[in-house]
Write a protein that binds this ligand. Sequence first.
Ligand SMILES: C[S@@+](CC[C@H](N)C(=O)[O-])C[C@H]1O[C@@H](n2cnc3c(N)ncnc32)[C@H](O)[C@@H]1O
Length: 215
Amino acid sequence: MDAKTDELRAAHDVLAELYADRLGDALDHMPTDRVVLDLFCELTRTAGVGSTEVADIGCGTGRLTPYLAARGLAPRGIDLSPEMIRLARRDHPDFDFHVADLRRLPFGDTSLAGVLCWYSLIYLSPTDRSAAFGELARVIKPGGYFVTAFKIGDNRVRRAGRSTDLGVEFDVYWLSPDEVERRTTDAGFTTVFWAGRPAEGQEGSPQGYLIARKS
Ligand SMILES: C[S@@+](CC[C@H](N)C(=O)[O-])C[C@H]1O[C@@H](n2cnc3c(N)ncnc32)[C@H](O)[C@@H]1O
């Protein structure tokens, strides 16, 4: 594992309990997130690709999986951080969770009806993005869907983690909507929805959302 990936994984191992505490019921208070997830669920469920299996990639503590299952999808999750996966299994024992890197997905070609990357693509360095988006496209069936939520910014690297006072730091990229849509389109998707909203509370940046269909 390279030093940046090791730093990111170790930081999220430390942050995992905080995520479980703070974000466990966050969707209840985030109507925009629910609207985007609801649209993704409906599009994927009715895509006619012969499956409702989806992967939550960079799933953290697995908080989205029950929401997706309640809307007719069959979700599983992967995350880089073993501690995130331990808490996901603890808090959501009815679902499968595995440690894996989104740059090398443990799924077969065209095996999934859909993929979610909810705030998990914002750690990819520019040099990793083309291959990573290609990997997402590889595992989705033609006609299936991809959804991502991301922090909006100028694409420059910044350091995150300090504000938690847990002694962790790692690289993050607040992405422009143009960058996310270009990477998605280049990987073989067609955008069907995008949106943004201003920062709320302590978020620090506007939030972006994109849903795309695999060609
Ligand atoms: C901001 S958290 C979001 C977690 C979850 N999607 C949610 O909304 O609660 C980002 C997650 O992405 C994971 N992650 C970052 N880079 C990853 C990679 N290359 N492969 C897999 N997971 C990754 C982190 O470990 C972390 O759990």
